[in-house]
Design a protein around this ligand. Sequence first.
Ligand SMILES: C[S@@+](CC[C@H](N)C(=O)[O-])C[C@H]1O[C@@H](n2cnc3c(N)ncnc32)[C@H](O)[C@@H]1O
Length: 337
Amino acid sequence: MNDVVLASETLRGALSGLLDGLPPRQAAGAVERLIANYRGTTPTDAPILRDRADVAAYAAYRMPATFEAVRSALAEFAAAVPGWTPGGHVDVGGGTGAATWAVADTWPGTRPVTVLDWAEPALALGREIAAAHPDLRDATWRRARIGAALALDESDLVTVSYVLGELTAADRAAVVDAAAAAASATGAVVVVEPGTPDGYARIIEARDRLVAAGFRVAAPCPHSAACPIVPGTDWCHFSARVSRSSLHRQVKGGSLAYEDEKFSYVAATRAAAVPAPARVVRRPQIRKGQVLLDLCETDEQLRRRTVTKRHGELYKAARDTDWGDAWPPRDATQDGA
Ligand SMILES: C[S@@+](CC[C@H](N)C(=O)[O-])C[C@H]1O[C@@H](n2cnc3c(N)ncnc32)[C@H](O)[C@@H]1O
């Protein structure tokens, strides 16, 4: 889709100038400090993103990846709610606004957009970058602390992207409850976390709260019942491809042109949703004449299905299917795999 390429290119262009003027070693140093901070003990009592250098490093280094993860999650959500378009968007713990770019990519057009965060330098930089996108130019960037007192204005879409990991258990519950309370009668809440066992555990916690609040899971799960993964044995996560900038190569070394961002997510809604009949939860294994698909299915089971040449069109579809996709693809004929 041209829109997608253009928007991610616009974002990349807007980000590329951020570290201009900083000697490369200093830029790499800012990123390394940031990574060390994120490895430190969280939650924190004060923002990790304290000044412009921290925020520029975050935006240049992490924002392309969080953008791609949220974009992938929103694409799967959008497929489950055909025709649905958010009339407004609130991004909580939005930082430099990666999720606002992903929403603008998924549903182009202008709408009221509010980004809330406790780190003023992140909001300031987010506002600066957003000036490059016509749909985000008029967004509101406001300081807010996530906690028991958090109250959000009603909105069709509330996103919480890569935030839960920085919060105490009480604040994690508070932000998900506030998001649920703010979502309109046909609204949605989308929560994204790193694709690690801990990130997945936080997503399950959020999913349980959203279901208890009357939401239906639209993606990635094919149902809103309990997750079939036995805690501690595995974790549900997906992968989004991110082009590496020269800063990435500088910090991480090597010359790979891309890296894969692993993420976990839940997209839940009060609108009518048609979740996937099943979800591909691992990279498909393509063998001679057959494709092995690990699926999460509607009956709350994980199953490996083998799709062979005798499945005809479905076999062709299986060869093109990727980790994270709905199965069977929404436009394929099903004949028994
Ligand atoms: C890892 S960043 C994610 C930023 C953005 N959502 C993204 O996906 O790129 C976490 C964000 O959560 C914000 N945050 C953490 N704890 C917070 C709190 N208690 N109240 C408000 N914002 C908070 C941080 O300032 C930071 O911007």
